[in-house]
Design a protein around this ligand. Structure first.
Ligand code: HEC
Ligand code: HEC
Length: 254
C-alpha cells in the first residue's frame, strides 16, 4: 500500500534527522503508535527474533524477558517486556521505536537502529508478543472465536453506509486511495495483526475527512461489521471498545 510505504519512509527520515527521538515523551508516543508492524508473525520471524533477543537483550531483560536488575545501583532496572505494562507505549510501533532509538536521556536502553535492521527489530517485536501470549498462560483469542455480537455488526453496517462507503465502496471493495476492507486485500493487510490496531486505525484516522470524530463504541461497531463482512462469525460477547482488551485478540485468517 503506497500510503504505508510513504509513512514508514517519512518516519525513518524523521528518525535519522533525530527530531522524533528527542521529542519522545515518556508514557507513549502517538506518532510511533501509528507505525504498523509490516512483518507477519510467522514462525520464521518469531524464531529470528528469539535468536536476536537471546544474543542482544537477554543479558539485561532476562532470558524469559520478564526484566532484570539494574546494571548499577543508580540505574533503572530493565523492564519486563512480556507483561501488559509498557512505560513508553505498548503498541507494536511504539515498542519498535524504543528498540530502534532507545530511551533517552540516560540511554541505558540504547538504540539498536544502527546494529539491527528494521526487519530484525520487527522480528524481536513479534517474538516478544508471542512470548507474552505464552507466558500469560492464556491461549490468545482470535477473531474466529465469536468475539462480537450480531447487533453490533448491524449498528456498524449502518454507520459504514453513512460515513465510509463513499470512499471504501458499498461492498468494502475500496476506491481511489481508500483501500479495500474485504477479501484478499483485508487478509493481506490484517491477518495476524492484533485487533486493537484495526480499532485504533479507525478511531484515530477515519473517516479520512473527519479523523477522530468516531466514539470508541462506534469504532468497535465498525470493526464488528468489517469482521462480519469478512466471514468471522458473531458470538455471545460484545466486542469491547477499549484497545487494551482488543490487544489480546488476533485477526486470524477468516
Ligand atoms: C544494558 C542493558 C539493556 C540491554 C542490552 C537492552 N535493554 Fe531494553 N531496557 C533497558 C532498561 C534499563 C530499560 C528501561 C529504560 C527506561 O525506562 O528508562 C529498557 C527498556 C526497554 C523497553 C521499553 C519498555 C517499556 O516499558 O516501555 C523495550 C521495549 C526494550 N528495552 C527492549 C529491548 C530489546 C528488544 C533489547 C535487545 C535488542 C534491549 N532492550 C536491550 C536495558 C537494556
Ligand atoms: C474521504 C474518504 C474516506 C472515508 C470517508 C473513509 N476512509 Fe478509510 N481510508 C481512506 C483512505 C484514503 C485510506 C488510506 C490512507 C490511510 O490509511 O490513511 C483509508 C484507510 C482505511 C483503513 C486502513 C487503515 C490502515 O492504517 O491501513 C481502514 C480500516 C479504514 N480506512 C476504515 C474506514 C472506516 C471504518 C470509515 C468510516 C468510518 C472510513 N474508513 C471512511 C479514505 C476514507
Amino acid at each position: 500500500m503506497p500510503s504505508r510505504v510513504t509513512a514508514i519512509g517519512l518516519f525513518v527520515l524523521a528518525c535519522s534527522v533525530g527530531t522524533l527521538a528527542i521529542q519522545q515523551p515518556s508514557g507513549g508516543n502517538p506518532e510511533a503508535a501509528k507505525l504498523r508492524n509490516p512483518v507477519p508473525a510467522t514462525p520464521e520471524s518469531i524464531a529470528g527474533g528469539s535468536t536476536l533477543y537471546r544474543r542482544r537483550c537477554a543479558a539485561c531483560h532476562g532470558i524469559d524477558a520478564k526484566g532484570g536488575p539494574p546494571k548499577e545501583d543508580f540505574l533503572k532496572p530493565a523492564s519486563n517486556l512480556v507483561d501488559d505494562k509498557f512505560d513508553h507505549g505498548s503498541s507494536d510501533g511504539e515498542i519498535f521505536f524504543v528498540i530502534k532509538n532507545g530511551v533517552p536521556p540516560e540511554l541505558v536502553m540504547d538504540g539498536w537502529g544502527e546494529r539491527l535492521s528494521d526487519t530484525e527489530i520487527w522480528n524481536i517485536v513479534n517474538y516478544l508478543r508471542d512470548t507474552a501470549k505464552k507466558s500469560g498462560g492464556q491461549t490468545a483469542k482470535t477473531a474466529k472465536d465469536g468475539i462480537y455480537k450480531g447487533e453490533q455488526a448491524e449498528r456498524g453496517q449502518a454507520v459504514y453506509q453513512e460515513k465510509c462507503s463513499a470512499c471504501h465502496g458499498d461492498d468494502l471493495s475500496g476506491g481511489g486511495f481508500a483501500p479495500a476492507l474485504a477479501a484478499d486485500a483485508f487478509s493481506a493487510a490484517w491477518t495476524d495483526k492484533r485487533l486493537d490496531t484495526l480499532f485504533t486505525a479507525i478511531k484515530d484516522t477515519m473517516p479520512a475527512d473527519r479523523a477522530g470524530s468516531l466514539s470508541p463504541e462506534t469504532s468497535a461497531d465498525l470493526v464488528a461489521y468489517i469482521l462480519k463482512f469478512n466471514g468471522f462469525p458473531p458470538g455471545q460477547e460484545s466486542l469491547p471498545s477499549d484497545s487494551a482488551a482488543l490487544r489480546h485478540i488476533v485477526i486470524a485468517k477468516p
